[in-house]
Design a binder for this molecule. Structure first.
Ligand SMILES: C[S@@+](CC[C@H](N)C(=O)[O-])C[C@H]1O[C@@H](n2cnc3c(N)ncnc32)[C@H](O)[C@@H]1O
Length: 252
């Protein structure tokens, strides 16, 4: 049994356990960006395994992926090589990264929620602003607190499932508990990987923060962003039409 920080443990199975409609979400992002004149150049903040950066690079965007977790970046680099797609991956922290050249679009999917402390979020927003060109666009999503409560009734949820992929069976066993005061979800459990001759168990211990729309508006106003739109989730994300996330679009 290993007990390492969540993304280090989960990196090799991340795309299997957190499946997403990558193409659908990228369609949404492109639709959002259509309304604004910006260069086809995006910083994917908290890029993880690079799945979105790779898809957007295929669509002609010049992509940079930034992440703090070496293990996620290694998978991202491998995925880009496999697909023969050019993405610049860099290691950095959302709260204090500094690009060599300011950029027109910063997009953060699923990574702002990993900042548990509101001061960290404030630092991150300020930093994003500093790295954006004038009139640059910041698009990000966070978990919607009210939807969290609807999905995880009474602030508690237990999930088990098995996924078969190639020669392995992945078993997921999680308990999610929501702290109603901080709006932080605590995910605890394990992932088992059963290969032909192997059996591994990895402990999972992770926290993610959810928000109300009002909180997001306040945070963006405090950072002096101009709020362009607040959407109830990505339009093209299958099965997520009813606001599992809040998507915010802001301008420097
Ligand atoms: C939920 S995953 C999302 C990954 C990817 N955007 C996706 O949607 O597939 C969050 C990612 O944010 C990264 N992350 C968390 N905190 C970070 C920080 N302070 N700076 C940079 N990356 C961070 C994690 O390493 C992880 O890869």
């Amino acid at each position: 049994m290993r007990n390492l920080p969540y993304y280090e443990v989960i990196a090799p199975f991340y795309d299997t356990i957190v499946p997403r409609d990558v193409k659908g979400i990228c369609d949404s992002v492109e639709e959002i960006l259509k309304g604004y004149t910006c260069k086809k150049e995006i910083l994917d903040l908290g890029c993880g395994t690079g799945r979105f950066a790779i898809e957007l690079a295929k669509r002609g965007y010049r992509m940079t992926g930034l992440d703090i977790t070496d293990e996620m970046l290694e998978v991202a680099q491998r995925n880009a090589r496999k697909e023969d797609v050019k993405v610049r991956f860099i290691k950095g922290d959302i709260r204090n990264f500094q690009l060599k050249k300011k950029i027109g679009i910063v997009w953060a999917r699923g990574s702002i929620g990993d900042l548990l402390n509101l001061n960290d979020v404030k630092m991150a927003f300020k930093n994003v602003k500093n790295n954006l060109l004038k009139k640059g666009i910041f698009v990000f999503d966070v978990r919607n607190y009210s939807d969290f409560l609807k999905t995880y009734k009474n602030g508690y949820h237990h999930e088990t499932r098995n996924v078969k992929k190639k020669n392995s069976v992945y078993g997921f066993n999680f308990v999610v508990k929501i702290n109603k005061e901080s709006k932080i979800a605590h995910i605890q459990g394990d992932v088992t990987v059963k290969g032909r001759k192997t059996f591994e168990t990895h402990e999972v211990n992770h926290m993610t923060r959810s928000y109300t729309e009002k909180q997001i508006v306040t945070l963006l106003c405090d950072a002096r962003f101009e709020i362009l739109q607040i959407l109830p989730g990505y339009m093209h994300e299958q099965g997520m039409k009813h606001g599992a996330r809040i998507v915010a679009i802001a301008q420097r």
